[in-house]
Ligand binder design. Structure first.
Ligand code: TYC
Length: 108
């Protein structure tokens, strides 16, 4: 048997044990929402959902009608930068066509 002081220690490492949790951190997610208004044409909202959210025509029509009836709907959930890009794309597109459509994001 060895006389050295390391015989109860695996590797002679004198550093303190540090707990390291494996990091599988997901990014915080943001809901992107469309708000109702009285002036934006229904077909324009459907086009927005198809173009910027890759939603098919039938589902885009359903979501548009939900916004129309309930006042708002979540149209997608994305990491911050993606959500911000979608909001900006929708707001730019609506502004260019002079529609008052509003698109917002909120932490999930
Ligand atoms: N309320 C609008 C209308 O009657 C349609 C509309 C739907 C507007 C959804 C905005 O996010 C919206 N023409």
């Amino acid at each position: 048997m060895s006389d050295d002081d390391d015989r109860h220690n695996d590797d002679g490492d004198t550093s303190l044990a540090t707990k390291t949790k494996p990091k599988t951190k997901r990014p915080p997610l943001y809901k992107v929402m469309l708000l109702n208004d009285d002036y934006t044409p229904m077909e324009f909202v459907v086009l927005v959902l198809e173009r910027f959210f890759s939603i098919g025509h039938a589902q885009a029509t359903e979501i548009m009608l939900t916004v129309h009836k309930k006042g708002l709907a979540v149209v997608g959930v994305f990491p911050h930068e993606v959500a911000e890009t979608k909001v900006n794309q929708v707001m730019d597109f609506a502004r260019r066509q002079q529609h008052p459509l509003q698109c917002t994001m909120e932490k999930e």
